[in-house]
Design a protein around this ligand. Structure first.
Ligand SMILES: [Ca+2]
Length: 114
């Protein structure tokens, strides 16, 4: 909702911003200004970010295999990531919480870990 002529919010300027939201409950603003909500039927916590202009890429990560006996070698693949503006993704940052390291790769092949 945008400000009207007097500076107050004008209900006539309401705009839907997440028409795909399932059943949002418990809306909260995070420390970075993003809006978080619980999708009560989907069992997810979802984030809505406002990014005017150039939109950030959307990360999509696949792991193969997703389970197995130890030691398990897993290959990660981020090549399904996309940019809503159609911009090329020029780098992938892979952050390992196990080793507290960040690996930047120009593109493929994806990193793997055991
Ligand atoms: Ca972009």
């Amino acid at each position: 909702m945008f400000a009207g002529a007097g500076g107050d919010p004008d209900p006539a300027t309401r705009v839907s911003f997440d028409v795909g939201a399932d059943v949002p409950v418990d809306l909260e603003i995070g420390p970075g200004g993003d809006l978080y909500y619980v999708d009560i039927y989907g069992g997810d916590v979802r984030r809505i970010s406002y990014a005017p202009g150039n939109q950030p890429p959307v990360a999509a990560i696949a792991a193969t295999p997703t389970d197995g006996a130890l030691p398990l070698h897993v290959d990660f693949d981020g090549t399904s990531s996309s940019d809503p503006d159609g911009d090329a993704i020029i780098a992938y940052d892979w952050i390992s919480t196990a080793t507290a390291t960040t690996t930047t790769r120009a593109a493929r092949p994806p990193p793997s870990t055991t």
